[in-house]
Design a protein around this ligand. Structure first.
Ligand code: FES
Length: 132
């Protein structure tokens, strides 16, 4: 259906930035991404900060930051869970991460100022992030 709708919307002249897709249901799996090069059994410490309060949580290398944050009981805004809506927009203070090219819906300014969408971001090191 998405392929059909994409073609039809293109014919109508709808610009790509106004089109959003919902991918809920199919979990994002890094082992299906051709450019993912990290072992899946690594665990990283993620320091999650919000309004001056810090909490350290664990996140495996093959799970999204969103999944680890939700598992730890921290509330984080989300809608699409696919990198498309920007609702989970989060600042990276430090650390390395991986975002599949197919799901990287960030704007250029987000990339420059190191913002991510935790719903489709995997840690590659210990990280510190600042939640909205
Ligand atoms: S929940 Fe939509 S971009 Fe993360």
């Amino acid at each position: 259906m998405y392929n059909f709708m994409s073609e039809e919307l293109q014919k109508l002249g709808i610009r790509k930035k106004f089109i959003r897709f919902d991918y809920k249901g199919a979990p994002l799996r890094p082992d299906k991404e051709p450019d993912y090069k990290l072992p899946f059994d690594l665990s990283f410490d993620i320091t999650v900060s919000r309004r001056g309060i810090n909490k350290v949580i664990s996140c495996m290398s093959d799970e999204t930051l969103m999944k680890a944050i939700e598992r730890s009981g921290i509330d984080i805004p989300s809608k699409c869970m696919s990198g498309a809506c920007g609702f989970c927009h989060t600042k990276v203070i430090s650390g390395d991460y991986y975002i599949p090219v197919s799901r990287d819906g960030r704007r250029e300014a987000d990339k420059i100022y190191n913002y991510i969408h935790p719903c489709c971001t995997f840690p590659r090191s210990d990280m510190e992030i600042l939640l909205p």
